[in-house]
Design a protein around this ligand. Structure first.
Ligand SMILES: [Cu+2]
Length: 358
């Protein structure tokens, strides 16, 4: 992973979005229906209030049947404001490599489950349940065939357990309380041990009160590099896009637009994107202007890779794509369930961009 924030030109981003015609057109239709709930960020406080900070103050004029009442200049301003803020600084960064120690030939990792806070968007600090303090949790990355030991410490006030989603582990290590192990009760620890296989993009996530624990942030990427790199296509850079919804809203790697990070590429680069959907909904990820070649599903290489620009991700899915950065510019990239991405106040949630520099 690379730090990308510094090299982004906001002017170029705005220019590119202008060129592809993202704007307020058509939003008057949404407003005349008065359905501001459509633009919920998905967070529980939104559900309670029936509105949210992306949609709430359009209620002032949203109930009007007269489209002329729409303050289009204000809508333009809000749209522009969000884009100008991208990529916005927030506290905390998930998905960072988890260090390990060697014990003989075993890679030993430590994971602490705890409740805390997480800044999802600038100024929007929410209750989060974390692995080692971040959302998503740190990235575990090993090589196929590695022996792995993971100590999980539960510092929460409810039980938990971790499931190694996509990995082929012995049944006793599968992480499902009352099926393969007792729950890890508050204050207790549990040690998982297995051989890392098969190669691919996998996940680890809570399998206890999982709807809540995972939605509050207890999920991370578990990458198993192939023993033989020749098995996989070559690439110049890679990015992980872990999607989640519900408790922290619609997020990419624990952040909502404009706090999401852009994917940077040099013209001609081949970019590997690892998509993981940890959420409760489908999220079709649409990349403007460039082709996504899907090479694997759940770690398994496709016998016939296929091209697309809109790639559906069901809950639990992991898909790997190669994008050839063959067209310069700032290309919007977002979930195409548009209520997860753009409302009367502009873009939010599952939105980022691939920036191809010449
Ligand atoms: Cu979505």
């Amino acid at each position: 992973m690379e730090t990308m924030k510094k090299s982004v030109s906001r002017r170029r981003f705005v220019g590119a979005l202008g060129a592809i015609g993202i704007g307020g057109a058509g939003l008057g239709i949404y407003q005349s229906t008065g359905s501001s709930q459509l633009f919920s960020t998905g967070r529980p406080d939104d559900e309670a209030s029936g509105a949210n900070d992306h949609a709430s103050d359009h209620g002032d004029h949203g109930s009007s049947d007269d489209d002329d009442a729409v303050d289009w200049e204000e809508m333009d301003r809000k749209h522009e404001e969000g884009v100008n803020a991208f990529p916005a600084e927030t506290e905390g960064r998930g998905n960072q490599p988890l260090e390990y120690e060697m014990d003989g030939d075993v890679k030993v990792f430590e994971i602490v489950c705890e409740k805390g806070e997480w800044e999802v968007e600038p100024g929007e600090v929410m209750e989060a349940w974390t692995y080692n303090g971040t959302v998503p949790g740190p990235e575990i990355r090993v090589t196929e065939g590695d022996k792995v030991r993971i100590h999980v410490h539960n510092e929460m006030n409810e039980s938990t357990a971790i499931h190694w989603h996509g990995l082929k582990v012995p049944n006793s290590q599968d992480g499902v309380p009352f099926i393969t192990q007792p729950p890890i009760t508050p204050g207790e620890s549990f040690t998982y041990e297995f051989e890392a296989k098969p190669a691919g993009t996998h996940m680890y996530h809570s399998h206890y009160n999982a709807a809540e624990q995972t939605a509050f942030g207890q999920v991370g990427a578990f990458i198993v590099e192939p023993k033989d790199p020749e098995e996989r296509p070559e690439y110049d850079r890679e990015y992980t896009i872990l999607l989640n919804d519900w408790k922290l809203g619609y997020t990419i790697n624990g952040k909502g637009f404009p706090a999401t990070e852009p994917l940077m590429a040099k013209l001609g680069d081949r970019i590997l994107i690892r998509y993981l959907n940890a959420g409760t909904m489908h999220h079709p990820m649409h990349l403007h202007g460039l082709t996504q070649k899907v090479i694997s599903k759940d770690g398994y290489m496709l016998p016939e890779p296929y091209n697309c620009d809109n790639l559906d991700l069901a809950p639990g899915d992991r898909k790997e794509v190669i994008v050839e950065a063959d067209e310069p510019g700032t290309w919007a990239m977002h979930c195409h369930v548009l209520t997860h991405a753009e409302g009367p106040h502009g873009m939010f949630g599952m939105v980022t961009a691939m920036i191809v520099e010449e």
